[in-house]
Design a protein around this ligand. Structure first.
Ligand SMILES: [Zn+2]
Length: 445
């Protein structure tokens, strides 16, 4: 198995036909005008660094010549002269499947492995649910974690497999793990873009998209919310941010949308690389979530827990439309985050022995923070779905600024809030209003 991957990788690195051998990462000063220039010209921006104030892109020699001729006073450098292929210790789709089956056979009482749908090439997109009574829907709050919308971001399944292993192996041993698993339903999709990852191992170590019709679609520009609205994706099939022929056109995107509609997560983390940033909605300038809501403040806490920089995509990077987190937030009121692991010093394919453990350990306090947060200020309960379909919540006495949350199909609801006083109305055939509800911890009406 390892030899097989190593052999193909060696082949890819020495073949003149692959992108990997002819393209290079080029580093520029991080300025607003450079960010805009690189995106407007549809170059493959790979990451930013807010410590050194630099931005990187994957370029062919011809593209670099174009930039030099258009931006005459530009400074640039080559952090990696040849794009480095991934170490073979990083996981393939087959190894993810083996890993999940092994976890389930070792911890059958608290895990359940299932397919959430098929890829373009017909692979099963695998998910694992970690909870006590994993085969029952217990109306507990849900944390969803996924990795690898983008195929070349090989560190991201390491974060999710570390999380799965940590939770499963410490259940009944560490009290906080036991209470997370008992009181929460934890869903993990450890490798979302399985076709793309297979292509990354076998053909092109810098592959990002799925494999639709050979050219591929950027799965994180394919979600229906805001699809093709702010120049945050491309209509060019050869672009690395090609949005697809229609909103939600890809089977992978549909699988994720169906999963989210079914399990209704309170929180989501989508792991990407690289830049050491935490991104929350929205992707299009100048949209921000309402200040009354908890999504930004919790994003700030999450970023502090792992010492990354928080912000929206358009604040930290560039406009991005059709991304998963905007869709989750608008359609299902999930509090969703993108975490971009690793810095420009590691890139997409960090040396495994040097960086794998460091990176997963640094990221543990992030997902742990959200699991702890599920014990924090919230409004939760179960109603008869026939009577009430949604909940309207506003700061006490400030009804003009209100948020509407859909009640789950099974009648349960779980709304994360900042501590404070709220007016709460359950809406349906008849409305029922509670005034001045004080929310400081888990609150059940
Ligand atoms: Zn990504």
């Amino acid at each position: 198995m390892l030899n097989w991957k190593g052999f193909l990788l060696a082949g890819a690195m020495f073949s003149g036909a692959t992108l990997a051998s002819s393209s290079m990462i080029v580093r520029f000063d991080l300025t607003d005008s450079m960010k805009k220039y690189l995106k407007d010209n549809e170059f493959d921006v790979t990451g930013v660094n807010y410590q050194t104030m630099e931005i990187e892109a994957l370029l062919t020699p011809q593209e670099l010549e174009q930039i030099k001729s258009q931006k005459t006073s530009i400074r640039f450098s080559f952090p990696q002269t040849l794009v480095r292929g991934p170490d073979q210790e990083y996981k393939s789709p087959e190894e993810i499947e083996d890993f999940l089956n092994s976890i389930h056979s070792r911890y059958p009482d608290i895990t359940e492995v299932s397919s959430i749908g098929k890829t373009v090439e017909g692979r099963d997109i695998l998910a694992i649910k970690i909870s006590d009574n994993p085969r029952i829907d217990e109306k507990e709050p849900v944390l969803l974690v996924n990795a690898m919308h983008h195929a070349r971001e090989v560190m991201t399944p390491e974060i999710t497999t570390d999380m799965i292993e940590y939770l499963a192996s410490n259940y009944g041993k560490k009290s906080e793990v036991t209470s997370w698993v008992d009181q929460t339903e934890i869903w993990v999709v450890p490798m979302f873009n399985m076709d793309g990852n297979n292509k990354m191992w076998t053909e092109d170590s810098m592959w990002r998209k799925n494999t639709r019709d050979g050219h591929g679609v950027d799965l994180n520009r394919n979600y229906p919310q805001g699809w093709n609205t702010c120049n945050g994706s491309s209509s060019n099939v050869n672009s690395d941010s090609y949005r697809g022929a229609a909103p939600g056109s890809e089977p992978e995107t549909q699988a994720m949308m169906n999963l989210v509609a079914r399990i209704k997560p309170v929180f989501n983390i989508s792991y990407h690389s690289y830049s050491e940033i935490v991104i929350y909605p929205f992707g299009c300038r100048p949209l921000k979530t309402p200040a009354e809501e908890a999504v930004e403040s919790i994003g700030g806490e999450l970023a502090r827990a792992i010492d990354y920089k928080p912000g929206t995509a358009w604040e930290l990077l560039y406009n991005a439309d059709g991304g998963d987190i905007d869709w989750m937030y608008v359609e299902h009121q999930v509090l969703p985050y993108v975490i971009e692991v690793n810095s420009t010093f590691q890139g997409f394919h960090p040396n495994f022995n040097k960086w794998r453990d460091k990176t997963v350990l640094r990221n543990r306090p992030g997902w742990m923070h959200l699991l702890n947060k599920l014990q924090g200020p919230s409004l939760q309960g179960v109603v008869n779905r026939e009577d009430y379909q949604q909940i309207k919540i506003s700061k006490a006495g400030a009804a003009k600024v209100s948020q509407v949350y859909k009640i789950n199909p099974d009648g349960s609801y779980y709304v994360m809030l900042n501590a404070g006083q709220y007016d709460v109305t359950f809406e349906g055939k008849d409305n029922k209003t509670f005034k001045n509800v004080s929310i400081s911890g888990k609150t059940n009406l």
